[in-house]
Write a new protein. Structure first.
Length: 334
């Protein structure tokens, strides 16, 4: 069991506290004032009970969270005995610098993670005493339900600090992925690139936001829970991707220039899954296994979407509320 402090007890910080508590760790939350921390602790407990009743958290979650999460009177009190500290205060560098300074002065040895989504980890490290124990540990909202977490060391981060964060995430059912300290990291670079192209399509009158959302979630977005962009490219064939880039360049020569790393692989005869080498190497003898997994995954995803029904963006008023009530009743045996 690891002693954890979460500094910043809003929805992101509270969600992270739930994740760690459900994994059996003791968590102390803190905020600008003791009153805010205490109020957010009550919200976390109430929210946990609701999630358990809805079947979103396992049976016994409320008892675990009640037992394992407490609120401190101050940041310094929260972090004093912690082995790992997660900072989740507002995304302004002056606030984070001040908070990290207080945290690291009150505890000189704990691993410290920041939940920043945009600010340079190297710049944040300037405020940390013993910065070799500091790195980015970036959760996505809602933290209890989104499994991926970016791990962003700065150049001086110790390997032991990264390993400690990776172990904690693994114990908590999360998927940690290491990325370098660069503007936007990986998540937001990809997320905003997609959004930017989507806005271009709307501006050009190609499709409406509603139709673009429908296409994304029901085509390539449908694959993304199972395969990332490189695995998808390998399965499609890197030579096919090159042909598509060439076609797009007819109207958008700069916007869709063929990536050099794609051309290099094709020149080496690495065409993806069909050649056994691409961005993600796979033994050709396992291709049938991969195809079977893909087909099973997509069929299960379709079943899940049919079961959940459309989101409130796309469903008539009241339809999703009825579906939610039915799912809650089934989960609680009512």
């Amino acid at each position: 069991m690891t002693r954890i402090a979460v500094v910043g007890s809003g929805y992101m910080g509270g969600g992270m506290a739930q994740v760690f508590a459900l994994a059996g760790h003791d968590v102390v939350i803190s905020d600008v004032t003791a009153e805010i921390a205490a109020s957010n602790l009550e919200r976390i407990r109430t929210e946990t009970a609701e999630f358990e009743a809805q079947g979103l958290f396992p049976a016994g979650a409320t008892e675990l969270v009640t037992r394992h999460i407490s609120a401190a009177q101050s940041i310094e009190e929260a972090v004093a005995d912690a082995e790992l500290i997660e900072e989740a205060v507002p995304e302004r560098i002056e606030i984070k610098h001040d908070t990290l300074r207080r945290i690291s002065q009150a505890n000189a040895t704990a691993v410290i993670g920041s939940n920043t989504s945009t600010i340079s980890i190297t710049r944040l490290a300037e405020a940390v005493v013993n910065p070799e124990r500091f790195l980015g540990v970036h959760f996505s909202n809602p933290a209890p339900f989104v499994p991926g977490v970016e791990l962003i060391p700065h150049p001086a981060t110790a390997e032991s600090a990264i390993a400690a964060a990776e172990q904690l995430l693994a114990e908590s059912g999360k998927i940690g992925a290491r990325v370098k300290d660069a503007t936007g990291f990986v998540l937001n670079r990809l997320q905003y690139a997609l959004f930017h192209e989507a806005t271009q399509l709307v501006d050009e009158g190609i499709a409406t936001p509603e139709d673009i959302d429908a296409i994304v979630r029901s085509t390539f977005g449908f694959r993304l829970p199972f395969f990332g962009p490189f695995a998808i490219a390998d399965m499609a064939g890197l030579d096919v991707y090159a042909f598509c880039y060439a076609s797009l360049q007819g109207d958008f020569p700069e916007r869709f220039a063929t990536p050099a790393i794609l051309t290099e692989r094709i020149e080496r005869g690495e065409l993806g899954t069909k050649s056994g080498a691409g961005f993600r190497a796979i033994d050709p003898e396992r291709i049938a296994e991969l195809v079977a997994y893909r087909n099973r995954a997509y069929a299960k995803m379709k079943e899940l979407l049919d079961e959940l029904g459309p989101s409130p963006f796309d469903a008539p008023a009241g339809a999703t509320a009825d579906a939610t009530a039915e799912a809650t009743a089934q989960a609680t045996g009512r």
